[in-house]
Design a protein around this ligand. Sequence first.
Ligand code: PLP
Ligand code: LYS
Length: 427
Amino acid sequence: MDAFQYRENQLFCESVPVARLAEEYGTPLYVYSGSMILDALRTLQAVYAEVDPLVCYSVKANSNLGVLRLLNGHGSGFDVVSGGELFRVLKAGGDPGKTVFAGVGKSDPEIAQAIDAGVLMFNVESEAELDSIARVAAEMGRIAPIALRVNPDVDPKTHRYTSTGQKQSKFGVDIERAVRIAQTAKDKPSLTMIGMHMHIGSQITSVDPYVKAVAKGVELIRQLREMGHPIAWYNMGGGYGIAYKGHEARPIREFAEAILPGIKAAGCRLAIEPGRVIAGNAGVLVSRVLYTKQSGDKRFLIQDAAMNDLIRPALYESFHRIWPVAVPEGLPAPPTDYEAEIPGAEPRDVVGPICESGDFFAKDRPLPPLDRGDLLATFSAGAYGMVMASNYNTRPRAAEVLVEGDQAKLVRRRETLDDLVAQELDL
Ligand SMILES: Cc1ncc(COP(=O)(O)O)c(C=O)c1O
Ligand SMILES: N[C@@H](CCCC[NH3+])C(=O)O
């Protein structure tokens, strides 16, 4: 399902014209489709139905309370990596009993907060962290449920910054150490190891790395159970890639077909932590052209959105489709594949106002003629967009709107300049 479609040369999110939202709430503006978010959640719940899945939406991808509330209302659990994300889940009415807590650097107060809330399990990322969770739980007179995060040493064939399951990565414990750490855990009465966790990377576009990882996990679960650990959960993490361009990603169903046999063999319930595949294509960032400019042979479109709003192109040189919100008469809908010739298009660099050469959304991108005041849509911005936004150059963060059918709800207002200085002292 694609909730972003052009009708009569205008971009719509579900039944709402995106240009109308830009008029009403200003730009830059994040626009999310609620139906697309729920569609991905339901697909995930359905394709894994055989193994009684718990979809723990990865809050880091898009932590807007409106988005969390929507997912919570449809049976989603949550994957959090900080006390802050746990706080958001609870604020959104989320069930801590369906929430898993990962991250390599959990502090004692965060551990206590999660035990107090009653999270389903901690994903434990090191032996030292195991000690901390055991100590904090013992001090609170509680037994903390844990899953050991194992690093299966497979190459997910993704960007090096989003690869997490190889030996040299900071995440999880290597599979050889896992057995020894599990032995240590046996001697800690304030812990109960109910699961095993893996997360091999993000924006993974082939099923093969999952197949390799699951095979290693099944064997490890057998060993953990032999040691007496009551392993009930196989947490396969997230990482399912989406199509930023063309048809680069595999459908959700194909990942499931690859993963399911192993999970069934392990005889576990499956937890998964998808982020991008739920929120990524369900969001666009809307911006307005401020200036056009030519320098030598280079043509620039200077827009009012910048790397502080969407840092992915600057950080990973990642590709996002960009297209006008109103398509000039006679021009096509946005290309899914930029390899194809676009009639009348000219290559431009789409850049923002920030004082960094890395402040670009696209380089030499074929785009129809555009002028000051025209609106642009940057697609696939629903995940790792707003959550990675900053106030660099003292730019207020954008507003966010959640659309469902013909209803559009402002779910975060634009920051004001007063908001930006409010936390500073001696004013
Ligand atoms: C432990 C863990 N789970 C889940 C995710 C979500 O990943 P994705 O958005 O690629 O599904 C991440 C991010 O890579 C992660 O680190
Ligand atoms: N922030 C990254 C992905 C990191 C995934 C979280 N471990 C992105 O924009 O693609």
